[in-house]
Design a protein around this ligand. Sequence first.
Ligand code: UDP
Ligand code: MG
Length: 346
Amino acid sequence: MKDDRRAAAQAVALGSRGLLSVVVPAYNEAEGLPELHRRLSAVLDGVDLDAEILYVNDGSRDATLAVMEDLRRQDGRVGIVDLSRNFGKEIAMTAGLDLAGGDAVVVIDADLQDPPELIPELIRHWRAGHDVVYAKREFREGETWIKRATAHLFYRLIRRVSRVAIPSDTGDFRLLSRRAVDALKQLREQHRFMKGLFSWIGYSQHAVPYRRDPRFAGQTKWNYWKLWNFAIEGITSFTVAPLKLASYLGVIVSVSAFLYIVYMVVSTLLRGNPVPGYPSLMSVVLFIGGVQLICLGVIGEYLGRTFNEVKARPLYLLNRFEPAELDLAGATNAVSPSGDATDDDR
Ligand code: UDP
Ligand code: MG
């Protein structure tokens, strides 16, 4: 269904200005959405492209969906993707990308930390021939130095250990060309470290610097535990270096243990056994036990991910999809399919 929709959109786009889709994942963002929509639509009014805005409701518990429906009544460019429950931002974004019909797709946060005013700039670089135009943060206002420092460290680390160059200080705010979106849609892994996936597809990528604002309303859904898990996700889905690390650690510990044994044997032969070696024995046993547990843990991380992939579940389920009522040069009928989202939307 979505392919028909896109084909139609593209056919129309030939004779018209081209279509820009804006994907907005939102979880409990009722407070901030109207302001986002106001700023977003002001920006889109000034852009010489037709536009659709796909709000993805990621199982919000507040009035987010109602607010979206309000916005859709006011503005025909608004489409709503309603997921069956909260799947997390990465998957909400994926759902939006799957259903977006544009020649270019912009992904933007709902909390106004990504300024919509940057979109024309992104479009300019897209028109200059880049497939992925990502916004690179220059400042992180309203964030503690600990968060800044840990983020900095994380990006340095991941760049060192993985073969895919993941740019630092970038969020998910970016513009993707049609072929970049189509490439991304082929990556159906469950553990979606989006920044890594965006980089993995390659093509011509370009950075546009911007200032990251503090949240407009509501609370960030990230806490340190989530960020830690995010970091593990990023590392384990883009490199097997920790697995190698485990073996190196094992080798180092075994070699040292072996040397220590040789030393003990030699010194016992030469000097007898004056003191029973209880403390040294204990420390060696505990140390090796610790190393083994770490290695097991590392293997467990990868095994768990393999387990999740092997189940091959769909990434998300749709509760409802209400496409935008695009009025592309009077070709509305061609591009608005029935609202029911079925299996082939996934
Ligand atoms: N989000 C989502 N599902 C979630 C958590 C967050 O769709 O489970 C959305 C959220 O509504 C926002 C964006 O993802 O539009 C970024 O979330 P947040 O501001 O909490 O993250 P941060 O800006 O701190 O990285
Ligand atoms: Mg935010």
